[in-house]
Ligand binder design. Structure first.
Ligand SMILES: N[C@@H](CCC(=O)N[C@@H](CS)C(=O)NCC(=O)O)C(=O)O
Length: 220
């Protein structure tokens, strides 16, 4: 039986994008159920699949696996040869560290620059000093991972890994909200933005009819 990934709107659901990108990039076969967020029946529809009431949720037969990092770890165990995490144990440990840091951190960027794949904004003071500090930290960890582990590859650990999927929505935010970044960060962001899988997700987002006003930093 094939895996099913339950996701939210492609325009806004940054957590859904992370899991979807891992599965798509690593060629894992799955069916997709998209539940539009912020509708009257959204919660009830998500709860039919996901006990947390949140997406993404991965269904494997009778089992539901929710929360992005658990999904990634489950996939890494189910497909041990896919290379979802780096093969070197030090690199893998750091990849998990930066992924966990993303999973639990960066609240200002998340609040003031919500992922919106249908819009671009000229830079303004999004989120003040807290957001500036977070962007500085993101750039520092990108540069550290790349200097230590990337070799000639374009991603954080050379080849694409789950850590890049964890940062893909951040890449779109820094890009679309007009943040000024270092040349090295820009090169990394361009590598992520050039991924055909991310382009496919973004093209799907462009076709979506739903607008969530609360996620729009300016009127839609
Ligand atoms: N910690 C969770 C966060 C998941 C999450 O917050 N997902 C949002 C969409 S991006 C959601 O399901 N919201 C429910 C709703 O809007 O009703 C994860 O890593 O998967």
């Amino acid at each position: 039986m094939s895996l099913i990934l339950v996701i939210g709107n492609k325009t806004y659901s940054s957590w859904s994008l992370r899991a979807w990108l891992v599965m798509t990039r690593f060629g894992i076969d799955f069916d997709e159920i998209l539940i539009p967020l912020d509708q009257a029946d959204t919660k009830e529809r998500i709860l039919r699949h996901s006990p947390s009431g949140r997406v993404p949720c991965l269904i494997d037969g009778d089992v539901a696996i929710w929360d992005t990092l658990s999904i990634v770890e489950y996939l890494a165990e189910r497909y041990p040869d896919a290379g979802i995490w780096p093969s070197n144990s030090f690199a893998r440990a750091i990849a998990r560290s930066v992924s966990a840091e993303m999973h639990s951190g960066f609240p200002a960027i998340r609040e003031y620059c919500p992922m919106n794949l249908r819009k671009r904004f000229p830079f303004k003071d999004w989120g003040g000093a807290a957001a500036v500090d977070e962007v500085r930290r993101i750039e520092q960890l990108w540069s550290d991972c790349r200097a230590r582990f990337a070799g000639a590859g374009p991603f954080l650990f050379g080849d694409f890994s789950a850590a890049d999927a964890m940062f893909a929505p951040v890449v779109t935010r820094l890009d679309r909200y007009g943040w000024t970044v270092t040349e090295a960060s820009r090169a990394y962001m361009d590598a992520v933005l050039a991924m055909p899988e991310l382009k496919r997700w973004t093209d799907d987002a462009a076709m979506e009819p739903w607008v969530i006003e609360a996620e729009e930093v300016e009127p839609a």
